[in-house]
Design a binder for this molecule. Structure first.
Ligand code: ADP
Ligand code: MG
Length: 352
């Protein structure tokens, strides 16, 4: 089912947690809400669920205005980071809980509920665990049971708030892939909240990047990574260096030196150039390059990194080299970006 969020605003005691957020989610899509802690992800999810009501704005489920409806009427399935299963209930009873508490007319028989719980355990790849108690499961298994419970009510939308956040890195990575496969089989419209960019990029069809209660960018993982729309998105997603520059006559300068980067169509004035570590080349010195001084060389299993300070400003940049590039770099170097993005500095407009 499509979900449409229109100019949603939420304030808590006059503190704005969400500012006029609009978003269209397509039926069957797995969308990630990604942003640092406090950016408004949970608030947006709770508003979509009906656990919280907006200060203004509306939410449509398909063509139906769901803004005033209760959680139950919206028919949503949830999984939260710490959404503990009921400890005193077996796995099967936990999964069947949402069905058991339905009005008598809509409630399946006990046998039917148990059959559905078994089917869902097969679906989440935990067959045969019906009679276990939550304390007898690992953290990853519990979250899969929580997902089975969310699916039991045949939700119109699945809302997951950092569901793997409390698990260790390895299990989290496995569950991420597992969830993607499950989504491909079941096709539920799913909204997944995370502050982990890798999780968002790997898992979702589209990513919504949030900061300070606003949407910075909505796009496919490739779009978000390759063409970040704002300085925030560029520095939040993936590694990057930021170089203060000035634009004049369609060229980028560091200090008085033109660095061989065209900035056509950008207004004259101060700006910031963003570049990823693998998009900076070490070149032989020539006048049209960025001059820098090496401050450190590091390596990890896949790459070597040269860290350098740009002449004329205090900015540090990082250059990534293949692991087998054993050239020695020290002292003065010259750099040339292969790919970059320049954002004019809105706060310090050129006086003209
Ligand atoms: P996230 O999930 O991205 O970490 P939240 O949506 O939880 O962010 O919070 C966004 C902002 O709204 C935060 O500054 C938070 O302190 C505030 N906030 C959230 N819920 C409440 C609440 N019930 N009362 C007051 N402030 C809240
Ligand atoms: Mg949150």
């Amino acid at each position: 089912m499509d979900i449409s969020v229109r100019e949603l605003r939420k304030t808590f005691d006059r503190y704005p947690a969400l500012h006029d957020v609009s978003l269209d989610i397509q039926s069957g899509e797995l969308i990630a809400l990604l942003g640092p802690s406090g950016s408004g992800k949970t608030t947006l999810l709770r508003l979509i669920a009906g656990l919280e009501f907006p200060t203004s704005g509306s939410i449509f489920y398909g063509t139906e205005d769901a803004s005033g409806k209760s959680v139950r009427d919206r028919q949503v399935g949830f999984v939260f980071q710490h959404y503990a299963l009921f400890k005193h209930m077996t796995v099967a009873d936990n999964i069947g809980f949402g069905l058991k508490v339905r009005d008598r007319s809509k409630r399946p028989s006990s046998a039917e509920i148990r059959r559905r719980a078994s089917d869902l355990l097969d679906l989440v790849q935990l067959p045969g665990l019906e009679d276990r108690y939550p304390s007898q499961l690992s953290g990853g298994q519990r979250q899969r049971v929580a997902l089975a419970r969310a699916l039991a009510i045949e939700p119109r939308v699945l809302l997951l708030d950092e569901p793997f956040g409390a698990l260790d890195a390895k299990v989290r990575k496995e569950l991420r892939r597992w969830l993607r496969e499950l989504h491909e089989r079941t096709g539920h419209t799913t909204i997944f909240v995370t502050h982990d960019q890798e999780e968002a990029l790997e898992l979702s069809d589209r990513v919504v990047v949030m900061s300070q209660g606003r949407i910075e960018q909505v796009g496919t993982p490739d779009e978000i990574y390759d063409t970040p729309a704002t300085p925030f998105v560029f520095s939040f997603i993936g590694d990057s260096s930021e170089i203060p520059i000035s634009v004049s006559g369609g060229e980028a300068h560091v200090g008085n030196r033109s660095i061989g980067v065209f900035a056509e169509g950008l207004p004259d004035g101060p700006a910031r150039l963003f570049v990823r570590p693998h998009d900076l080349d070490l070149v032989s010195d020539d006048p049209q390059t960025i001059a820098a001084v090496v401050t450190a060389v590091r390596r990890n299993s896949g790459s070597r990194f040269v860290e350098a300070e740009i002449d004329g400003c205090r900015s540090k940049v990082e250059i990534e080299l293949p692991a087998d590039d054993m050239r020695v770099f020290e002292g003065r170097i010259a750099l040339k970006p292969k790919r970059w993005k320049i954002f004019p500095d809105a706060k310090r407009p050129n006086s003209q």
